[in-house]
Design a protein around this ligand. Sequence first.
Ligand SMILES: [Zn+2]
Ligand SMILES: [Zn+2]
Length: 397
Amino acid sequence: MTVKGNFNPWQTQQQFPCRQCGAVLKYAPGTTHLQCAHCGTENLIELRRSSIEEYDLKQALQTLSENRAAPSSPSIHCDECGAGFQFEAKNHAGECPFCGTPIVTSTAQIKPIQPKSLLPFSIDEAKARQQFQKWINRLWFAPNAVKKYARSDTKLTGVYLPFWTFDSQTSSSYSGERGDVYYVQEQVQVVRNNRLVTETRQVPKVRWTPVSGQVQRFFDDVLVGASNSLPRKILDTLQPWDLHALIPYDENYLSGFRSEYYQVELADGFDVARQVMDNQIYRDICHAIGGDHQRIHNVNTRHSGTTYKHCLLPVWSAAFRYQDQSYRFVINGRTGKVQGERPYSIWKITFAVMIALAFGGGGYYYLKQSGALENVQIQQWPLNAAQPYRYGPSGSF
Ligand SMILES: [Zn+2]
Ligand SMILES: [Zn+2]
């Protein structure tokens, strides 16, 4: 059963009617209202005055392991056209496939953890497309056909993607070695003017001394993408996000957009976060050891007061096909930053290599500046491929 109107936690499905004419509304990016496409009325979204909370990770993992309910995909009933359907896997907000009406459903039936905060879209589709066009026009070596494609009106999809954030107080004890460089004078025999002579040289050596100690660091909001629709590499490069601007979760902001529920479980998300933290801790230890070289033999990290949040962040995304390959790109729905796959024009690269050969080092510089040398290895992203997130255990609570 569906009821139009205000939020009710028991209700699993929502549409947002215009207070003037009753037409179904969509959230207008960059504003705090839903815009009526029918009569133009702006319907203000009431501000929810709750604070963004952190939740205890240990407790959540325990609860999750005790309640392993089988997930169900709720069937949805469209109030506008009467159609019954299910959203495409992973989505809990989107459009009715029959009449295009925006519908938002709760994730409560599907996932044990609900999003508690979000960043609303601040740039709209037109602005996102502009950003994409700028990006592709700046790309060197992109085939002209692609640039032309980008200028046409590519349909962008606005999606709220699920993320985990983790806070943790860490304390790491380590053992290793500190290496200090010193020089010794060595006598060497060399041939000079056909004569064997003895010369003195300064030869660098490293003196290793065993060290051990402790480093501490508090991590705040380590962000981990919880969607499998995009490769982690792309999710990571969409940063930074203005997480300080998170607002309490509110379905109104989802109306007219897609929204995914998480596919990376909380424990797996924390594994990824721990890897990010471990890299920083490793650098901290090297700094603490000091000297000219460092060797780390053993690190034992304890996490305490670890908390998490589950939030939704906005991206515009699209894919285009070019010569039987699909390329995807995404745009940060807050900043307009573009990340994506790109095709290369073999002709343009061949031409550039010829210039490079003709002009020597300058040509190399040209290739390097263009980014062609770094980016050529970028591989085709597998569409919807599940990525392995497992890392070995590196610490304990
Ligand atoms: Zn209206
Ligand atoms: Zn419908």
